[in-house]
Design a protein around this ligand. Structure first.
Ligand code: C5J
Length: 223
C-alpha cells in the first residue's frame, strides 16, 4: 500500500506489518468535566478529532490491521510515578488525587478509561504507560516484534507530548512512523502545527504525516 499524499514523500506499508497506535484517548483528557478541563484546557479541541479517529479505526479494523491503544496510567500505589512528575509545577490536583472522574491518571479509574467511541475490542492491545512515551517501561516493543510489526500509524493526544514522544521512541527502535494529521490534537494549536512540521522536517527525521482520508483511500483501493 502507498499513501501518495504523505509528507515529505509517499509512505509505503503492508497491513500485516503495520499497527495503528492510538495514544491516550482517555476520558480525563478529552471529555468535558475531566482532569484536562480542570487544568483550564479547552477540551473541545481534542473532542473534535474523535469522528475522524473513529472512522480511521473502523476502517483499519475492517482491513484486519493490528490496533494498539495506550493510556497514561499509574499503579494505584503510585510506585511507578516519580515525585518529579507528581510534584512539578505544584499543581492543585496531583496524579493520584481524587479528581472529577476518580483518581487522576490512575489505572482502573473512570477518567482513565478510553472514551467509549474508541473503546478497545477483542484482542486489541491496551498498554498502560507511566511515562509520556508508549515504549518506556512497557512491553510494547516486544509485543510488536512478536507480531512482525515494522510500521506504525499514529493518532491520539496530545500531539506534542505523548504522541510525539512515542513516535520518537518508535523511530529510534526502527519503525517507520506516520502521524494521521486529523486524528491527533493538542490543547495548543500552535504546538500541534509545530510538531507536524518537526516530524516531517529534514526528509522525515521522525516520520511522515498524512490526512486520514489518504489512509482510507489507500485501504479502499487496496493499493
Ligand atoms: C499526553 C499529557 N497524553 N499531555 N499527556 O500527552 O500530559
Amino acid at each position: 500500500m502507498r499513501i501518495e499524499e504523505a509528507i515529505p514523500f509517499p509512505y509505503e506499508f503492508e497491513i500485516r506489518n503495520t499497527a495503528l497506535v492510538l495514544i491516550d484517548m482517555q476520558r480525563d483528557f478529552i471529555e468535558p468535566g475531566g482532569f484536562g478541563e480542570t487544568l483550564g484546557n479547552d477540551v473541545s479541541l481534542l473532542e473534535a478529532i474523535v469522528p475522524a479517529t473513529k472512522t480511521a479505526l473502523q476502517a483499519w479494523r475492517e482491513a484486519g490491521g493490528l490496533v494498539v491503544h495506550t493510556r497514561e496510567a499509574h499503579k494505584p500505589d503510585l510506585s511507578d510515578c516519580p515525585s518529579a512528575k507528581r510534584n512539578r509545577g505544584n499543581p492543585a490536583l496531583r496524579i493520584g488525587d481524587e479528581g472529577p472522574m476518580g483518581r487522576i491518571l490512575v489505572a482502573g479509574e473512570p477518567g482513565n478509561q478510553i472514551i467509549e467511541a474508541l473503546a478497545p475490542i477483542g484482542s486489541e492491545i491496551v498498554i498502560d504507560k507511566p511515562g509520556k512515551g508508549a515504549f518506556y517501561a512497557t512491553g510494547l516493543h516486544e509485543l510488536l516484534q512478536q507480531r512482525g510489526i515494522t510500521h506504525l500509524l499514529f493518532g491520539g493526544v496530545t500531539t506534542e507530548v505523548c504522541v510525539q514522544t512515542s513516535m520518537r521512541e518508535a523511530n529510534d527502535r526502527g519503525y517507520d512512523c506516520l502521524l494521521l494529521e486529523d486524528c491527533t490534537e493538542s490543547y495548543f494549536p500552535a504546538f500541534k502545527a509545530a510538531t507536524l512540521d518537526m516530524v516531517r522536517a529534514q526528509g522525515g527525521i521522525v516520520g511522515w504525516t498524512a490526512p486520514s482520508a489518504a489512509l482510507l483511500a489507500a485501504l479502499r483501493s487496496g493499493q
